[in-house]
Design a protein around this ligand. Sequence first.
Ligand SMILES: Cc1ncc(COP(=O)(O)O)c(C=O)c1O
Length: 386
Amino acid sequence: MTSTLPSLLISIPEGVLDLGWGHPSPHLHPTEALQIASERVLSQQSTVPLQYGAVQGFGPLLEGLAHFLSSQDAYGNLPVDPASLFFTAGASQGIDLATTIFARPGDTVFVEEPTYYLIGRIFLDHGLKVVGVPTDRDGLDVDALELMLQDGYRPRLIYVIPTYQNPTGATLTPERRHRLIQLAQRYGFTILADEVYQLLHYGPPPPPPLTTMDDPDHGCIVSLGSFSKILAPGLRLGWVHASSGIVQRFVDSGVAASGGGLSHFAAAMAQSTLDLGLLQENLDNLRRVYTMRRDAVARILSTDLAGLLDFNQPDGGYFFWLTLADGVDADELLPIARKAGVSFRPGTAFSSVGMFRDSLRISFSLYDVGDLAEALSRLGQAIRSA
Ligand SMILES: Cc1ncc(COP(=O)(O)O)c(C=O)c1O
């Protein structure tokens, strides 16, 4: 049945190569693996995936995911306890639920400046005040954070993307991770560590998730992972990884009590892909393809677009953060670029106070190397004519 109403979040005008979307490539969706998984889920004569699920999440996947994550270099090959996990309907929903649990209207949430451009909406929905903290090439500027705390700010939450940050691609150094946790413990705020890109590294692994550094008895960190970036975002499945006390707060939430475990059916699907070895296979393939794309973009930026902009090569994730030379304004560049058949997300979208007029984010997740090369050629043309 055809419909005139949209099926997808993404929409791209005809003829435009849009580097603004941080969505996975449709050609990389593991349709075959998920077909096999769904046949297995539905043919086992079990009605379990069709019932309300256990509040913490689908038990076999809690165990399966804990085992899987423990085997990953990006988790430092550290043991992950199933008791430290709670399933969400994706990282976005996990952040929304964490905000319900840990904050009240009128509270302050610190975010990185710049940060993931859609996150502010979640905090504003909860009546929070969003305040930016400066960042640099090593991620959150912890000295600046400490000064703000000494100046009297009392945030209830800080939202950080410690690994392959969206939009900058930066990764927080181990030393800064320690200091951030010390500050959270001293000033009594909770860290929401959005780590959805943790497993997408294109070289040596990043530092392990922040929660692995937390105090197991007096936790202050909620790490958020997602199947959106390693399997498929349509599943709407992610996880909280935290100390058992924090996991209990999620288990006790009203939404889980009423509706049971979140994304229960999707969790059964994910468990099936794990059992069949298809999750690891898919992750290996994503890393291989995205590494080629990342390398191609870096090569083109440093040759064909040399002198037009500055950039930092990301070690993982989806994004390049570009800083334009010669005072070119990214907001003004955008309509010119669109006319040239390319689009991007301007830097101001990532700031709560309209900073980063000279910057923009491009993603290499959606297009193959040929389209990326064409898109960057159009971008170069647009910058030259701006
Ligand atoms: C930093 C960050 N957090 C969260 C999300 C969304 O995650 P999910 O699909 O698990 O809700 C994205 C997607 O682009 C993201 O970049």
